[in-house]
Design a protein around this ligand. Structure first.
Ligand code: SF4
Length: 345
C-alpha cells in the first residue's frame, strides 16, 4: 500500500478535497461514499459505477482498507466471532449476536486494552494501540459484506462498543466512527451502546462528542475494596466518583444507564452486595444486567450457582430496580463478555 492514500482514513471533507484536487467532479466522492458504506465494496476496482480507466487511475494513488478475516467461528447458539488482522498485523475481534429481531455486532475500539480488569482475557494481554476511526467502522462494513453473501438484505442493526478496549480511552476516534456509523451506515444512535469500565471524567466528554448513544457502565462490585481488586480503574476513579459522573450524565426521555454487573462466585455475589448496589445506584435512572461470570482457561474466578444469581436478582427487583440476568452468548468459542483476546489462529 506504500505511497497510496487509504480513502477510508480521510474525513469526509478530506475525501472531497482529494477528489477535487484530481480534477474530478464532487459527485465522484458521493458515489465513492455510497459504494463504501452502502454497497460494502472492498476495493476501488469493485466500484463498477466508475469507468475502468477511472478505477485504474484512482487505484494507482489510493486504496480502500479492508481488514483480513483471519478467523471466523460460529458458536452452537449462532453467535459468530470474527478475528480481523489489520494492516500493521495487529488483530482485533468482533462478535455478531443474532436474535429474532436484531443483529447486534459487538465491536472493538482498541487492539488490546490497558485497563487490566482481572476477569477479562483482553485486559491480561495489555494495550497494543488505539484503533483509527475507520478501523472501528471497518468491522461493521466487513461483517455486513460477509452477511450479504449468505443472507441477502439483512445487515447489522445494533452496535455495542463492548469488544476489545476501553472506548473512552480512544474517544475522538470512537466519536468519529459513531458519526460514520449513524450518518453513513444509517444505524440510529438509539441502537448503539457504548460500554465503559468507568473512566469517570470522560463521561461528560462522551455526552458532548457522541450525544444520545446508550451508556453502559461496567460496575461489577458493591465496594471499592472489591472493585479496586478486580478493576484497577477504580483506584483512580472510585465508586463515588464514577456514580456522581453517572448522575450528571444527560439522559434523554425514556433513556436509562445500563449497569453491568458480572457476578463472580464468592466475590461479589452475596445478598449484602445486592443491597449495597441498590444504595449505590439510588437516584440514577438505570437498569442492571447481571452476567454470571464466564470462566475461561486459566481464570482464577468461578461462576456463581444459579440460586445465588437468582437471590441477587430478587433483592434488586424487591427494591424496584430493573434487573435482568444475561447469559453471554458464544461461550463455546470464547466470544462471550470478557473472553475476547485476539488469539492468533
Ligand atoms: S473488561 Fe473491557 S475495559 Fe476491562 S480489560 Fe477487558 S476490554 Fe479492557
Amino acid at each position: 500500500m506504500s505511497g497510496r492514500v487509504n480513502l477510508k482514513a480521510l474525513s469526509r471533507e478530506d475525501l472531497f478535497r482529494f477528489i477535487l484536487e484530481r480534477g474530478l467532479p464532487r459527485f465522484r466522492a458521493e458515489q465513492l461514499l455510497h459504494w463504501v458504506y452502502e454497497r460494502y465494496v472492498a476495493d476501488i476496482s469493485g466500484v463498477t459505477e466508475f469507468s475502468k480507466k477511472l478505477r485504474d487511475d484512482l487505484g494507482a494513488v489510493a486504496y480502500l482498507s479492508c481488514p483480513e478475516v483471519a478467523q471466523r467461528l460460529t458458536s452452537r447458539d449462532g453467535t459468530e466471532k470474527f478475528l480481523f488482522r489489520l494492516e500493521d498485523g495487529e488483530t482485533i475481534e468482533s462478535v455478531l449476536i443474532p436474535d429474532d429481531k436484531r443483529l447486534t455486532l459487538c465491536i472493538s475500539s482498541q487492539a488490546g486494552c490497558a485497563m487490566g480488569c482481572e476477569f477479562c482475557l483482553t485486559g491480561s494481554h495489555g494495550l497494543k494501540r488505539n484503533l483509527q476511526a475507520y478501523e472501528i467502522v471497518d468491522q461493521v462494513l466487513s461483517v455486513n459484506r460477509m452477511i450479504r453473501m449468505t443472507e441477502k438484505g439483512r445487515g447489522v442493526t445494533n452496535i455495542v462498543l463492548m469488544g476489545m478496549g476501553e472506548p473512552l480511552a480512544n474517544l475522538d476516534a470512537v466519536a468519529e466512527a459513531l458519526r460514520r456509523i449513524t450518518g453513513l451506515l444509517g444505524i440510529s444512535k438509539r441502537r448503539i451502546t457504548l460500554s465503559t469500565s468507568g473512566l469517570a471524567p470522560k463521561l461528560a466528554e462522551l455526552a458532548s462528542k457522541a450525544p444520545d448513544v446508550n451508556l453502559a457502565v461496567s460496575l461489577n462490585a458493591s465496594t471499592d475494596e472489591v472493585r479496586s481488586r478486580i478493576m484497577p480503574v477504580n483506584r483512580k476513579y472510585p465508586l463515588r466518583t464514577l456514580l456522581d459522573a453517572c448522575r450528571k450524565f444527560p439522559l434523554g426521555p425514556m433513556r436509562r444507564i445500563t449497569f453491568e454487573y458480572v457476578l463472580i462466585g464468592g466475590l461479589n455475589d452475596s445478598e449484602s452486595d445486592a443491597r449495597r448496589l441498590v444504595g449505590l445506584v439510588k437516584g440514577i435512572r438505570c437498569k442492571i444486567n447481571l452476567i454470571p461470570f464466564n470462566p475461561h482457561p486459566g481464570s482464577a474466578f468461578t461462576r456463581p450457582s444459579e440460586e445465588r444469581v437468582l437471590a441477587f436478582q430478587k433483592v434488586l427487583v424487591k427494591h424496584d430496580l430493573a434487573a435482568l440476568i444475561r447469559e453471554s452468548k458464544g461461550q463455546d468459542i470464547l466470544a462471550a463478555c470478557g473472553q475476547l483476546r485476539a488469539a492468533q489462529p
